[in-house]
Design a protein around this ligand. Structure first.
Ligand code: URP
Ligand code: ZN
Ligand code: ZN
Length: 474
């Protein structure tokens, strides 16, 4: 039982005791009223003066991911321990289709990596690195295996890029099977031209990374993905959205009634592109790149008014030696991605502390909406009776500093080094087990369970008039 805390849900806050029976939530009762419901021997967690939140659901991570000769630094054991320590009790990682292979084989490979190692529950999206007809023919089997979302790329030509025809076909097949189509939206073909031109001018440092991936090329690709999704009548989820202009494209489509969903990440909410120009700029290379203050303001506004639905980490850590080695050649070789799986809740809570969002919205962004969109709700992302007993006791007043000296991720640096935050995870319960206490992981090794996720969580409106026309649509 979790006693005496303030339980926060998307609906509001209430002082209540949370009664846990085995792996599930049995009831929420008035403080002190649980006597007849207590399970003998069950752990009792004191939460007086604390918030009690649904366990976080991070739907964008890259654990143990090979990239050429490199590998993302956190494997499923270390990465999910760090996730748990940061208040995340479910992750949805990406299983990558090898080129020349199929997405089902990719899923088998990633499940083998996570099985017996992950300490929180985990599921997978499929990355379609070659979304041809052979790969698309595997979508029904992927759904049977519990994978109900696929990611395609308008970026990274020669590696992950898919042209508009392939993306359209992916969306058509996804729509037929209730699969949510996720798009990495940057115009990779144009970006490659800008990168070559920058290198030819001798601009080789990380400072050139953002300039060669301009906002307009994210906005264009986002708009294009929205148009293709509209033609395919397929719900769309835009991953790691970073800019005001890409957000405006999403907002416009949503106002026309099109089911377009979008995620942003803590790094786009807090970190500035100027970091790329520093002597350690290689630490901050991710794609889309970090942006300026105007974009951060727009993203917070988008979060507050519902244009952005989720905040996920895109945790993709590469150790410093790997980043520096490739940075010595030029910025385009630096492995992309930032570490952050441990800090999502704290960084979102800074939005609460700064008055940008309320606690209820924080819960929606970090737990409830990602769980709903990706087929995990109500078992995950809620504290309703019958849900999995995944919860976080959060001390909203404790101040601490984010630093590589204290974090639990494998990388030797923190993208947020020295940032003072208010609010800290105190205790984490996963399926009824206390897994984090006093800042330490105390759960069993490899206890995480595979999450099979049903398809069809987001549909296209039945009513043909529900999705409005653009003026220039005909
Ligand atoms: O730079 C990033 N975002 N790396 C992770 C891979 C991806 O595109 O999500
Ligand atoms: Zn991406
Ligand atoms: Zn990613």
């Amino acid at each position: 039982m979790v006693e005496g805390g303030t339980v926060v849900s998307t609906e509001g806050r209430v002082r209540a005791d949370v009664v846990v029976a085995g792996e599930k939530i049995l009831a929420l009762v008035a403080p002190g009223a649980a006597a007849g419901l207590l399970v003998p021997g069950a752990a009792r967690v004191a939460a007086e003066g604390r918030l009690v939140l649904p366990g976080g659901v991070d739907v964008h991570t890259h654990l143990d991911m090979p990239l050429g000769e490199l590998r993302s630094a956190d494997d499923f054991a270390r990465g999910t321990e760090a996730a748990a320590l940061g208040g995340t009790t479910s992750v949805v990682d990406f299983a990558v289709q090898a080129r020349g292979g199929g997405p089902l084989a990719g899923l088998a490979e990633w499940r083998a990596r996570a099985e017996g190692r992950a300490v929180v529950d985990y599921g997978f999206h499929a990355i379609l690195s070659e979304p041809g007809e052979d790969a698309l023919a595997e979508l029904p089997s992927l759904v049977s295996e519990g994978v109900s979302s696929v990611k395609v790329f308008t970026a990274y030509p020669g590696r992950l890029y898919a042209d508009d025809g392939r993306i359209l076909r992916t969306m058509q097949v996804a729509a037929d099977h209730g699969v949510l189509c996720m798009v990495h939206a940057e115009n990779g073909i144009a970006i490659d031209v800008l990168v070559s031109q920058a290198l030819a001018r001798g601009e080789v440092t990380a400072a050139a990374h953002a300039a060669t991936r301009p906002v307009v090329l994210e906005a264009e690709a986002t708009h294009r993905a929205i148009c293709l999704a509209r033609v395919a009548r397929c719900p769309l989820y835009v991953v790691h959205l970073s800019s005001a202009e890409a957000l405006a494209a999403v907002r416009r489509a949503r106002r026309l009634g099109q089911p377009v969903l979008a995620e942003t990440c803590p790094q786009y909410l807090w970190l500035d592109e100027a970091l790329l120009g520093g002597s350690d700029g290689e630490r901050f290379v991710c794609s889309p790149p970090l942006r300026g203050a105007r974009h951060r303001r727009a993203l917070w506004q988008g979060i507050a008014r519902g244009d952005l639905q989720t905040v996920a980490t895109d945790h993709c850590p590469f150790c410093l030696a790997d980043r520096q080695r490739w940075a010595r050649i030029d910025f385009s070789r630096i492995p992309n991605g930032l570490p952050g799986i441990e800090h999502r809740l704290d960084l979102l809570h800074q939005g609460v502390v700064s008055g940008l969002i309320g606690l209820e919205r924080m819960v929606e962004l970090a737990a409830t909406t990602p769980a709903k969109l990706f087929g995990l709700w109500p078992a995950k992302g809620s504290l309703l009776p019958g849900a999995d007993a995944d919860l976080v006791v959060y001390d909203p007043g404790r101040r601490h500093e984010l630093s590589a000296r204290t974090h639990h991720m494998a990388v030797e640096y923190s993208a947020y080094e020295g940032m003072e935050v208010t609010g800290a995870v105190e205790t984490v319960v996963s399926r009824g087990e206390v897994v984090v206490g006093a800042g330490r992981y105390v759960g069993r090794a490899g206890r995480g369970r595979y999450l099979a996720r049903p398809a069809g969580t987001v549909g296209w409106p039945e009513d043909p008039g529900a999705v409005g026309d653009d003026d220039d649509d005909r």
